[in-house]
Design a protein around this ligand. Sequence first.
Ligand code: IVH
Length: 673
Amino acid sequence: MKSQIESLRRELEQHNYNYYVLSTPTISDFDFDAKLKQLQELEAAHPEFFDPNSPTQRIGSDIASGFEQVAHVYPMLSLGNTYSEGEVQDFYERVRKGLNEEFELVCELKYDGTSISLTYEDGLLVRAVTRGDGEKGDDVTANVKTIRSIPLRLNGNYPPKFEIRGEILMPWSVFDELNREREEQEEQLFANPRNAASGTLKLQNSKMVASRKLDAYFYYLLGEKLPSDLHSGNLQAAHSWGFKISEATKVCKTLDEVSAFINQWDVERKNLPVATDGIVLKVNSIQQQRALGFTAKSPRWAIAYKFQAEKAVTRLNSVSYQVGRTGAVTPVANLDPVQLSGTIVKRASLHNADIIESLDLHVGDMVFVEKGGEIIPKITAVDKDARVLIGDKVRFIKNCPECGATLIRYEGEAAHYCPNENACPPQIKGKMEHFVSRKAMNIDGLGSETINLLYQNGLLHNIADIYSLKIPDMIPLERLGTKSAYNIKDGAEKSKEVPFERVVFALGIRFVGETIAKKLAYAFKNIEALEKSTLEELVAVDEIGERIAQSVVQYFADSANVETVNRLKSFGLQMNLSEEKLQAHSTALAGLSIVISGTFSQHSRDEYKSMIEMNGGKNVGSVSSKTSFILAGENMGPEKLKKAEKLGVKLVDEKTFLTMLSFENQSDINFIE
Ligand code: IVH
């Protein structure tokens, strides 16, 4: 059995490599998924063959992990930046003088993502740490394992231990799709793929990370026994072990060659699937790198050349204001159409009142529009010299453009909101769109246009009205028809089976996203308890802070919301956590803070995390005096062990832990002394 599991693992690893590193798939998605499922089943049936680097570990887990801080063995420095070829020439001269001998430069693309340092031991990925402050970063190994182009196990002739550094990126296509979904859900958009990649890497839920389809390129090898004395040789070797190395890498002997590389990629980078913001130049010989050394902040043997962000100048004609589902008001600049990075720009985001104020905008101004790494162009400055006549100063509106209500601004927030939640048309329609969306009640047949039509015709005022819609009222509506009317009714009927946690999400309570809704549903178990919950009870729930708690209390303090919820209840929506989920959620570990350390044979670490949470406990990353006990596997980390001894924190082994969960009586727990 072991050999069957092993051979499936090797086969899936090869397919992953072919698809994500070489971009040449050798199996259909369907067959890949089938094989992965088969491996999952075999691993579940044989926990004794658990392997933390198995391809099944790339699926991620739903369980919040909390990141442990890890010190970098070699600090993660940044690069000196240059913005002109003249400055590149200065760098070249400094290197020439510093070395006083011939040298080569490796030109690479500067990837615009978030940097990562991976440690491999005996060919296995053991740790992935973010840059952090350069000295120490977050251990994000579980999240990084979900990135398919990162090898969990290497091929060929690699050193026994080394670090490799690179950039984690969110491809443009994934970024666009993610922002489209977020727009639909009225969640805040990511400004650029860099923020999206780093935000994703810090998610507490590795299953969500897996769904975001990150990619990674590697550009720097560190360690004792590296394969080559040339940086280019090390990159080639890393490629042969399974890493994705940029094909744009080139060894240059002269400044002219460097210049040609810069000019070529300033244009060609626009066709790449990921964001780049410059070129990195590195002295090729490791020995020469050593001779040049480092300043306090960056290496003397490398430099970055940053591409100019593309800019255009155009006229500001007016500013309009859009009201979203949550009532947030977004100012948008309407511009004379202008060509920028291959597209025609007519509108630009102005973000909020503070930004308008700091730009000192007047209608008719000539403004600079930039795209940079951002997808939505932004106004970066006003060309004040071009002002002939000064138009009206742009002042943020005081009243909602849709319903006239006086706008408010919450303390500490940049946005203005329309508070008229239950009577402002875009908010009502937006709430309904959210309610019927796929991750909420998933009601087919009710898109935003249909909602608008039903709203305009007075058939929908509120989310609960969706369940009292009558087919004869809908059929006569233009653009709807009999089939659609039946579809809507069917969809609404089916949605009555949607589980309680999704109903909580669907209500559209401010700041209550999918994950928080789940936490609330599990903590309060039914709508009555949630409705009655106090601020104190709410903040006592893991991951629920003051801001969310306030919002929940406020939601149920509004009698219109309570009435809506009561109506939904009367229509038969699920307002309790299902019996099955209640059962699975025991309280055997309630109130306990548990650290997991070492490797296990019966279940994976993620499974143990899941068990802790499902039994009411909290899985924490580092040992402190508040730690209840450590779930200790084989080869527990020496630091943790030392700290546990010092603080007198007990260790519980795997077998005992499993016994703890199967007995209510915890008095005879066997601690490892
Ligand atoms: S080399 C000591 N090479 O740019 C040198 N960095 O400010 C280590 N980056 O933190 C970095 N592409 O996140 C290097 N080809 C490349 C790069 C690159 C992107 C990022 C990296 C680093 C930052 C430098």
